[in-house]
Design a protein around this ligand. Structure first.
Ligand code: WT7
Length: 650
């Protein structure tokens, strides 16, 4: 973010006090900060007490071998039992867990906690019949249908870590994840609905499974759209055959607190995605507590809706594990944000807590307030934002137009790695500032530091670090302890800080403003993409010799993928459709979200004398700025060539 933007942000002076009734009745009050400060472990132990444990833990935190944390050491727990059975056992079986809304109008389904318990038990039995045992990894590649929640919880129940791969990812991306975590079973569906049409999923699974040799033993397939699918006898099994007929009785085993719960792949700064490992007791403690704290959840009266896809960590922590562990009633929607449909759902289900991403808010802003104004959204009492910095204009629009100027907005900063929300206002305590995520939650340690790791004074910027271990923190990268240490813990070894990869600023009050990534990671519509991964996808095309990718500012998606490519001699000028051809290629290699908004064919790329591509300069071009300092370039005329190209393309 430029200095200009920085000072604009600091001039933001609007403040929004918490509504008095919310403040009076808030789940977490101001005293929590001091209480957590006094005894952090006791604070998190109290949060863990909200869950049902088998064996109680002997030790809250074992940090004797940093950065490898163990939380609630010696404790045993089952995540699925906590998310489902215990609510039924407490007499709340008739409470709706999921108001599921399909994309086709009128295709809805309400699922109570009692029904969910039966479904999860049946699925656990069906997976056992397919040979899935505790510790085995199961891949899930599904649309937003109730079965995806059932599948995840069935895995958790068995102690078989799941790895959910976003349904928008390509067969190649799926294959590399299957291989990395050696999954023998994949759960999928024939397809899902997208913008009114059935879109296939199973063919991508078939292709991925083919690519991985004899790794995958079984594919369990939910029938969602009814479209034709290729069937591999002996390998493929219909969900309705295996699950519907299974017994609804399933004795759940208690797992060690540190037993792996899931692996979620996310983009890093290299081409190879990182398998973020989350374990059971600490993760469930961190997600359920913060969900109750930050959203001020009142399970008996609230209707909660998180619009994230289950293929991302937000869907894991704040659609599945956090809310269900808290016994919430929530909406789950199959489709994408389209015109008034979201607001229709808010109106129909009387949603009280709504959690979405800035990119969606900005899209609605562009479409105009007439659309949301046409619905009754007076049920809403709290709004959340996640995934990328929310600019003050979008924050204020969200608050006024969606929240009727009465709902506090919680801007929640966290990551796939942190598992739980780390930095956020408390809705009953904090006076919100549009654009600021405010400060670390009680029990969380965060700071902004300089290159040496010194805390910067108020009014200055630097790198965001996390200073203390927290319950839902990642435990390692799947199969790669070394990369785990190098990526997050090697930047400030003396202080032992976790390096988040984000730039941040403290304002004059010491409140935090997130400024986006400081590494080669882009944030497009709140989804994390690696520049290197897209670059390697581009150079895997036979016509491409070299590629450089940057994230350029985009009004709607936050950042957009912009690529600069040099073609091979043999490709000539690449032909008239070269740009479209390359965009399609990236879509095939990674997925539609990685498809570059813009591709420029250039004769050279700007490089330093040591051969490092200077993406900073390309970013200047992509954002139509004056190109910055070129003195460290090996050949300073390169930028003129590129700008000439841009001029002629425009
Ligand atoms: C990166 C993590 C957290 C779940 C969704 C994304 C950015 C996330 C915020 C926020 C500013 C944010 C950061 C972070 N980010 N939330 N409220 N304000 N930036 O998870 O894919 O792991 O991405 O998203 O840059 O490092 P993720």
């Amino acid at each position: 973010m430029s200095e200009q933007t920085l000072s604009n942000l600091s001039r933001e002076e609007r403040r929004f006090e918490p509504p008095a009734d919310l403040a009076a009745d808030a789940n977490v009050k101001a005293e929590a900060y001091a209480r957590a400060e006094e005894d952090r472990e006791a604070f998190w132990a109290a949060a863990a007490e909200r869950l049902d444990w088998g064996q109680k833990w002997d030790q809250v935190l074992d940090w004797s071998d940093p950065p490898f944390a163990k939380w609630f050491v010696g404790g045993t727990i089952n995540a699925a039992v906590n998310c489902v059975d215990r609510h039924v056992d407490a007499g709340r079986g008739d409470k709706v867990a999921l108001h599921w809304v399909g994309e086709p109008e009128d295709d809805t389904r309400d699922i109570t906690y009692a029904e969910l318990k039966d479904l999860v038990s049946k699925a656990a039995n069906a997976l056992t019949d397919l040979g899935v045992k505790k510790g085995d990894r199961v891949a899930i590649y599904m649309p937003m249908i109730p079965e995806v929640v059932v599948a995840m919880l069935a895995c958790a129940r068995l102690g078989a870590p799941h790895t959910v791969v976003f349904g928008g990812f390509s067969a190649d991306a799926l294959a590399s994840r299957l291989e990395d975590c050696e999954a023998h079973v994949v759960i999928t569906s024939d397809g899902g609905y997208r913008r009114g049409a059935a879109s296939a999923l199973k063919p991508a699974v078939d292709e991925a499974v083919e690519k991985t040799g004899d790794l995958v033993r079984n594919v369990l397939v939910v029938r969602r759209t009814g479209q034709d699918v290729d069937w591999h006898e002996g390998r493929d099994v219909w969900w309705h055959d295996a699950v519907d007929s299974a017994s609804a009785e399933h004795e759940a085993e208690l797992h060690d607190s540190e037993h792996p719960l899931y692996v979620m792949y996310t983009s890093g700064t290299t081409g190879k995605p990182k398998g973020i490992l989350h374990t059971t007791g600490g993760y469930l403690t961190g997600t359920s507590f913060t969900h109750w704290e930050v959203f001020d959840l009142k399970p008996d009266t609230d209707v909660y809706w998180c619009t994230a896809d289950v293929g991302w960590v937000t869907g894991h922590s704040y659609m599945v594990y956090g809310p269900l562990a808290n016994g919430a009633t929530q909406v789950m929607y199959e489709g994408t944000p389209e015109k008034g449909r979201w607001w229709q759902i808010v109106q129909d289900y009387k949603v009280t807590i709504f959690y979405t991403a800035p990119t969606a808010i900005r899209t609605f802003m562009k479409q105009g307030r007439e659309i949301p104004d046409g619905y009754d959204m007076s049920s809403l009492r709290l709004l959340g934002s996640v995934g990328e910095p929310i600019n003050p204009e979008a924050y204020v629009w969200y608050r006024e137009v969606i929240g009727g100027d009465r709902c506090p907005v919680v801007d929640t900063w966290w990551q796939t790695e942190t598992g739980q929300i780390m930095i956020s206002p408390l809705p009953g305590v904090t006076a919100g500032k549009p654009g600021s995520a405010m400060k670390a939650l009680p029990g969380v340690g965060a700071d902004v530091v300089d290159d040496e790791g010194n805390s910067v004074p108020d009014g200055s910027g630097g790198y965001l670090v996390l200073t203390k271990p927290w319950p839902a923190m990642l435990r390692t990268l799947w199969g790669d302890d070394q990369r785990f240490k190098d990526t997050y813990w090697s930047r400030y070894p003396k202080q032992g800080f976790y390096f988040a990869g984000d730039g941040a600023k403290k304002d004059e009050d010491g409140d935090l403003w997130m400024l986006g990534r400081v590494d080669d990671v882009m944030n497009v519509s709140g989804h994390r993409l690696s520049t290197t991964e897209i670059e390697s996808a581009l150079v895997s095309h036979p016509k491409v010799a070299e590629a450089a990718v940057v994230g350029a500012a985009d009004e709607t998606t936050g950042q957009a993928v912009c690529a600069f490519v040099i073609l091979r001699e043999s490709a000539g000028d690449g032909g008239p459709d070269i740009v479209e051809e390359l965009r399609k290629h990236v879509q095939k290699e990674i997925g539609a979200i990685a498809k570059p908004r813009q591709i420029m064919v250039v004769p050279e790329l700007p490089k330093t004398r040591s051969g490092k591509i200077m993406r900073r300069l390309l970013k200047d071009v992509a954002e139509h700025r004056e190109v910055g300092d070129v003195t460290t370039l090996a050949d300073s005329t390169v930028m003129d060539l590129i700008k000439d190209k841009e001029g002629s393309a425009a």
